[in-house]
Design a protein around this ligand. Structure first.
Ligand code: GLY
Length: 367
């Protein structure tokens, strides 16, 4: 594959019969939104759902849509996880009624995972479903949450407990948005990219082995486009094969079972999602090796690359608490723990025989 980020737009298909769409990846796409949105514009009302900080950065791009003839209003939501609440969804639905939105209106989610998840949920439910478009502005959203149609709000009892699988019409990925993101946010998000290397595409893992420092700097446009395109392609293939997460899509949970437990035990404070997943993958690699799936050479290579990511200290983690949280993971089925392990780098498997002792052993070595 040859990449010419200055000129080209990469197009990654996500095949889902009549819900199929393309993920488009290219520097400066944000300046071409009026062209890229055109297939869905029939003069109807458009809504850009975003947060104040993002609006402040990209007001010119939004204005350019208006001057190109789009009938468009902006709805702002809080800039943190509190936006993923049914009360916020209700406020957005009501504003959309006030703005005259009907079933043909298009909702554009411009932001990170919070805006994408809430925007998708609002679009899935407003008048039983309206078209929506994802324009992710964070690395995590670009390679993971904006792709695949998972939409949700949180409940007090847990994250993402109410939602729908509802696919966007397209996902527009402009790596230029990343220039304004805090570095720690970007680095931790690369966890999801190396995850794709572990579970499906050895060439992504090899990129981290060979070019870790360049990847972390994010200043090589060609390399950045390459890692984004490869990551989106793996996510798109997996979602195409298993939209509703009956099998293969569960592999995307690699590193997340124990990672979620760390996030939960830290009350979602002070530890980024990607950082928790990096710790979780270190543990899952250890379990894969201890169970005789991953050979020693591959295990050592995997842990060596993961050790390059700077991670905050996890502090005192009580293994029994980790076991308790893992036992209540919402991905468990009929009380059985569904744990993702590696057969080799580039090939994952679903295991139902990971024991509490396996987890305790992995925590002692990897967390
Ligand atoms: N983020 C995991 C999934 O989309 O299935």
């Amino acid at each position: 594959m040859s990449y010419n980020p200055a000129q080209s737009i990469q197009s990654v298909p996500l095949a889902l019969a009549e819900d199929s769409y393309d993920i488009k990846i290219g520097f400066d796409l944000r300046h071409q939104l009026h062209e890229l949105f055109r297939p869905w514009n029939q003069g109807q009302q458009w809504i850009v759902l975003t947060q104040q900080a993002i609006f402040d950065l990209y007001a010119a791009e939004i204005d350019a849509l208006r001057t190109s003839g789009y009938k468009l209003d902006v709805i702002l939501v809080p800039g943190d996880e509190s936006a993923k609440h049914i009360g916020e969804a209700e406020k957005v639905w009501s504003k959309m009624v006030d703005l005259g939105c009907d079933r043909s209106s298009v909702l554009v989610a411009l932001g990170g995972g919070v805006v994408g998840d809430l925007g998708g949920f609002v679009a899935a439910t407003y008048m039983r479903g309206i078209p929506f478009i994802q324009v992710p502005t964070t690395l995590l959203a670009m390679i993971d949450s904006a792709i695949g149609g998972k939409t949700a709000v949180n409940l007090a009892a847990g994250k993402n407990l109410v939602g729908a699988i509802y696919q966007p019409k397209t996902v527009l990925v402009d790596p230029g948005f990343l220039a304004t993101l805090p570095r720690r946010n970007v680095i931790s998000s690369l966890a999801e990219a190396i995850k794709y290397g572990f579970i499906r595409d050895r060439s992504i893992f090899d990129l981290f082995v060979d070019r870790f420092d360049d990847l972390i700097k994010l200043d090589d446009k060609s390399l950045l486009t390459e890692i984004l395109t490869k990551s989106c392609r793996i996510k798109a293939q997996i979602v195409s094969n298993d939209q509703f997460e009956n099998g293969e899509r569960r592999l995307l949970n690699y590193g997340h079972t124990i990672g979620h437990a760390f996030e939960n035990l830290r009350a979602y404070q002070g530890l980024y999602h990607g950082e928790a997943v990096l710790y979780g993958m270190r543990c899952a690699n250890h379990i894969s090796w201890q169970k005789g799936l991953l050979d020693t050479q591959a295990y050592e290579a995997a842990q060596k690359v993961l050790a390059k990511f700077e991670l905050p200290d996890l502090g005192d983690i009580d293994p029994q608490q980790v076991i308790d949280v893992v036992a209540h993971d919402k991905k468990n089925i009929n009380g059985k723990l569904n744990f993702i392990l590696l057969n080799e780098i580039g090939e994952a498997t679903i295991s139902t025989d990971v024991t509490p002792q396996d987890i305790i052993d992995s925590l002692a070595v990897a967390a």
